[in-house]
Design a protein around this ligand. Sequence first.
Ligand code: URA
Length: 257
Amino acid sequence: MERSLESLLAWWDVSGVDVPDIPQNTPRRLPTQTATDKKPAAPKSSSPAPRKPETPNAPKSAAAEALVRKIENLDQLRLAISEFDAGEISDHARQSVFARGNPKADIMVIGEAPGRDEDIQGKPFVGKSGQLLDRIFASIGLNEDTIYITNVINWRPPGNRNPTPEEIEACLPLIHKHIELVAPKIIVLVGGVSFSALTGMTGIMKNRGQWTTLKLGDLEIPTLPIYHPAFLLRQPALKKDSWLDMLSLRGQIEALK
Ligand code: URA
């Protein structure tokens, strides 16, 4: 495949975008990065990553499940996450990144994983893409008083690589508990990784702007997938879609009143 096309497809893949079919001898997932403030990494192997957790990570997910059973509030969850051993990601991160915004807000915004700035500051979405995300929400009058922001993964993956499917799976009990404790009226999933991790569906390009329902215990929460701001920084023409998504979000907020 031509290099320029290959790198374009890699970037789309990096951004959580559905890529067109690639010839058989090329791995479908190129360098496994997604829609954060990240640069594409060199491919580690020619075979795609396995979907199911492998043995070393299975106990991590079990550990997270056991941990959250005892948790009764957000302070306890924050503390438990800060002490949790999530393997390589928590070993290498400066600190865990929990959340920012108003935990009593109706809207919970969930991204993928912290990047460099978030790792330094200990807050989600504070780098360049976070600033764009703030502006996107500000376009319909939302801010830290009216939204609550977190990520599926609470640690910056080393070298800004993608979280692996196993790491995502291992951390799912933590984000599920986080959602249960906040019990938002609306969830916004930012980017393909967060969309797939929490809904089990794939394809942010075809699903962005399409409301779905996230079911978690007794909760049934209207959920809107949107493009990741890191992707929009590279594809500014698609910001018009994000505007439509914000109008749709505003409509849903109005319907709550
Ligand atoms: N990208 C994310 O998905 N989350 C962050 O917190 C920062 C960048």
